[in-house]
Design a protein around this ligand. Sequence first.
Ligand SMILES: [Zn+2]
Length: 267
Amino acid sequence: MGEKRRVLWVWVFLGLVLSPGIRAQSAPPASGTLFQFALFEALLSGNFDGRMPIAELQRHGDFGIGAFDRLGGELILLDGKLYQAKADGKVYQPSPQALTPYAFACRFAGGAAREIPNGTTMESLQGLLDQAAANPHLFYAFRVSGFFNKVRTRTVPEQSRPYTSLLEAVKGQVVAEFDRVPGTLLGFRCPPYVQGINYPGYHFHFISEDRQKGGHLFACEMESGQVRIMTMSRYELALPEDPTAFQNVQYGKDRMQEMRRILSDRK
Ligand SMILES: [Zn+2]
């Protein structure tokens, strides 16, 4: 690392709050907050140095996903506990001082559990969630618990300087497949207008019930399970103050295709 890290950041409140008049009569109040540290755009451009202690992320939520310093592992925050799924295939409990370059979290308060049909894949799960989380303008968190016939995940090995782009870095990803495993998917869906700040679409991480296996989710097939859904109408963005955290960032470029390639196993 060798770089002086500052743990100062500025707070940007985008204040996406529904006016009471807009709320549908049948929908529950949408009052959850998605907290996010740093820009996905900056991570895409190779800013992999961690700049916020993960203990700070825990102060903003008990349910979240993200990356670790130098991309050394996939971040999973579940029931307030942090896990680091590393490219050696193991899941670690990182120290609270460990740093993240990019992560997001919420205080999960999902509604009633909905059953997930046998044979549900990641694609059909997204179709199901499109219907159940029907407002495309809001943020959602999804907690999917169940028994998985198959899970396909990836982890990225820790990077060293000089960093490449994220698309280059994930070419060295380690893909793992797990059969017949109970576990949890931690999912988020961001609306289309966040492009550059976060990924507009679904993003899932997986961790097994025994907390021994995990990573960024590429594919799955479920035998049985349930999902709980949380709506979020507030978005709180914390940014690193150090200008070096935004190297090579080019705003305004359409990077949807690049992001899809990074988050899926279609490289
Ligand atoms: Zn991920």
